[in-house]
Design a protein around this ligand. Sequence first.
Ligand code: IVH
Length: 665
Amino acid sequence: MDSTQQRIELLRQQLHDYNYHYYVLSQPLISDREFDQLMQELIDLETQHPEFHDPNSPTQRVGSDINKGFTQVVHRYPMLSLQNTYSEGEVADFYNRVKRALNEEFEIVCELKYDGTSISLHYENGQLSRAVTRGDSKKGDDVTTNVRTIRNIPLMLKGDNIPESVELRGEIVMPWSSFEALNREREEQEEILFANPRNAASGTLKMQDSRVVASRKLESYIYIMLGEELPTDSHYHNLSIAREWGFNVSRTMRKCKSLEEIFAFLRQWDVERKTLPVTTDGVVLKVDSLRQQRSLGSTSKFPRWAIAYKFNAEQALTRLESVSWQVGRTGAVTPVANLEPVLLSGTTVKRASLYNEDAINALDLHIGDMVYVEKGGEIIPKITGVDKEARFMIGDKVVFTKTCPDCRTPLVRNDDEAVHYCPNSEGCPPQIKGRIEHFVTRKAMDITIGPETISLLYDKGLIHDAADLYSLRFEDLIGLERWAETSARNLLTSIEKSKSVPYERVLFALGIRFVGETVAQKLAHAFPSIDALAVATTDELMLVEEIGERIAKSVIDYFRNPKYVDFVDRLRKSGLQFTLNEEMLAAQSDKLKGLTFVISGTFNLHSRDEYKAMIQQHGGRNSGSVSKNTDFVLAGDNMGPAKLEKAEKLGVKIIDELSFLEMLG
Ligand code: IVH
């Protein structure tokens, strides 16, 4: 199983478990915020890896115990989607189909197609009564509380002649500016980034904490009015009236009387959408008269009176000014294109990723070239092509740097990887600074110091690695340019405070390759002191859940390197935590000493991880498969049939969670 699949499985299991605790036991194990983060991570992984789709994933469940607070509501009119077209020819086909079917005059309303998530808004007596997501098109989630926080959705309608009951549908979007601010914040907090504003909008709408929704600055664009008594028989006119009631209806919509007018709209907005503050991915064409709409009807999936015309991915043409090389904390060197600033999907783009040597060679890139940049869903724009016709003078060919841009050490590239590394991990400044930056992050030692200060202290020779932070003195800092007494004291206090950061976070801070936050926690529980971890063998390491050969090898390599051993030693002398805290240690015993357990199935009282940790805490061993060496199988619901059969055959004792907890007293 690859690591992504393992992560997906783990998240699914955890989320099921958290849901159960929240819903069935009314004993939430984690905060709503943490829940939302895990759910978002799973949604993102599942979107990126459709091959791991599972209809029983917590992301797929529509029942009440999954989207926690959200109840399901059946749509009065199903929320159909639109047939997509990609060329003017297909648009003409649609137009002619409508013309033949109606056999009378008609008008087409052209609207921009906003790229977010759709919402159905119900108003009773002019008051917002309910907001429902599209869901499976027949029923969706009631997200009224979250929708109330969206500023341009009226809670009360203005004006006269408002129908007693009316439904408005539209798109909830996240403007580029909010999206970028949100991702910047997430990056700082080392949270997973949203891939695009659409995911950010739909993810936000499904959050549990509506205060967070409020802070995310979502917007709405209303595109249809539905109900038994509507103000007029014209879609266009009804939307104009909705605007007067207080809805945000785009002023870009146009009524067109001919195919030529439609084409003019498509061409105009293919260009002008680039200046809009939100993402649009096409144009929606709708027959204006509601009577004609009814006469055209719908198929089971799409209305016959409307289609979507999709734009090609947004591109901009600009000049490549230079290429710079960035060195990360692991030594990986990434090429970055510096561009003449250009407007793309509402933001100014100055830099683009060039990925690696193969990507650069495939483009045959020269400095000064006019290049196409695209923001295809990803956060960082990429260069997708070169306009060779525009090359009137040819600049230097872009070749991947042979040496580290910083320390000049020749780079290495492993045969099976596209990435170049600077091997000078001990002497290359950006790598050293990067490691210190990692050490101080919030989820690690949480020391309040920014990259500029780290760089300054390093350049002044005051720190050479993270352990040196603990020998910084007030006099060292106060002597620095523009350093006032308070900032010096604040930094020293923050460093001092970090000495009480628990062992598992210290382990994460060390920056051992592949040892992220979760792995560090697992290791800390399995090996409650760094001394125990330092002497662990590959086999012992691999017994810990989620630890495979790659991680085990990396841990072993780390503790074999005298430089790192010395580094850990210096940190220890400075008073950092290298053992699990008293409380955890106190909970340890020898009760399960010498016993090997296999855990199978799903549990109600604790999660599998918790049971694994308990077994370790009390001196027992966890194993993945049943053998003659197994003493107990701790069985939950839906235990694997193969395991059950084997355990029975070998006469291994099968116990449930209550008996297990009794064993521990
Ligand atoms: S009309 C039956 N108008 O695109 C017609 N949809 O692929 C219902 N969308 O689910 C849709 N902008 O979320 C319509 N101006 C617009 C739109 C629009 C964006 C979304 C909507 C819908 C999807 C259809």
